[in-house]
Design a protein around this ligand. Structure first.
Ligand code: BV8
Ligand code: ZN
Length: 246
């Protein structure tokens, strides 16, 4: 893969780098994306499952969907794309990774201080008293886990129509505004407010690079698009960084 002169220059001189990842970076680990041909939303529509009223209307179905995804994620490993980003963190004085994913794969690949915009599928909380639970048991008799206070327990993820965790969102906008180099990786840039981050970086003067297997709605306004699988493109970028920064 050819790296442009402009990107080479940025990889050499940048001090502050920010990265936004979406479901595409976990695709090569075997996690289905949302909107791809095997997309999760194919079987279900987002409105059906990833919303509060879907949960209140049919908590068993929503828990069935999350248990299926949790089961799937317990069997998968980070891929070379996740590991490349963990390595990239070591090459720059300030490196921030913002993810829309809830699979925890960046943390398992060794990235520190991951900003999780949409929560984490391994965490759960009570909708009444907000108590957190790490493990929850779904059984034939108890299809919806309940808290000691009697409230339903839900996955600690952000559903459509819900606010994103304020601290995570504030940090994400802050690092997107202050970085010199921004990567948008494996995201269709459809879901707000995450999809605004690459544009905020661009408006703040950063060099913005997209890594995706296809063009997206924001490709045309970014500085550069590297077309390819993140599991192949990112290790090549890390190799280039090592050569350029010694
Ligand atoms: C909010 C957690 C308001 C749960 C998720 C109309 C217009 C504009 C906005 C809206 C609107 N109607 C509603 C909204 C707001 C809504 C929204 O943006 N809707 C969209 C669909 C239009 N947003 C919200 O509701 C957000 N909250 O706005 O609150 C508010 C404000 C104040 C006070 C109160 C309320 C909440 C959004 C969060 C929803 N939760 N996930 C769960 O996962 O179960 S979103 C879900 O989509 C995932 O987090 C996912 O990450 C995210 C985005 O999808 P992508 O990650 O981009 O995945 P996708 O499949 O789309 O794309 C994959 C990409 O990878 C593709 O481009 C593909 O080409 C590429 N790819 C594939 N393989 C590879 C690859 N790239 C590289 N290598 C590969 N190998
Ligand atoms: Zn409770």
């Amino acid at each position: 893969m050819r790296i442009s002169e402009a990107l080479r220059e940025k990889l050499t001189t940048a001090k502050r780098v920010a990265v936004l990842t979406g479901a595409g970076i976990s695709a090569e680990s075997g996690v289905p994306t949302f909107r791809g041909e095997h997309g999760l939303w194919k079987k279900f529509r987002p409105e059906e499952l990833a919303t509060v009223d879907a949960f209140m209307r049919n908590p068993e179905l929503v828990w069935e969907w999350y248990s299926y995804r949790r089961e799937l994620m317990s069997k998968i490993e980070p891929n070379p794309g996740h590991y490349a980003l963990a390595e990239m963190q070591e090459s720059f004085p300030e490196f921030s990774l913002i993810t829309q994913n809830i699979d925890g794969l960046h943390q398992r690949a060794g990235t520190q201080n991951v900003i999780e915009l949409h929560g984490n599928i391994q965490r759960n909380r009570c909708i009444e008293c907000n108590r957190y639970y790490q493990e929850v048991e779904i059984t034939e008799t108890e299809k919806v886990p309940t808290c000691e206070c009697g409230g339903y327990i839900r996955p600690d993820v952000v559903w459509f129509g819900e606010m994103l965790p304020p601290k995570a969102l504030e940090s994400a906008f802050q690092v997107s505004r202050s970085c010199e180099l921004f990567f948008s990786i494996g995201t269709s840039a459809v879901v707000q407010p995450a999809a605004s981050l690459p544009l905020v970086a661009k408006e703040s003067g950063a060099y913005v690079v997209e890594v995706n297997i296809e063009r997206t709605e924001i490709t045309s306004i970014l500085d550069e698009a590297l077309l390819g699988k993140s599991g192949e493109v990112l290790p090549e970028i890390v190799t280039a960084i090592k050569t350029l920064r010694g």
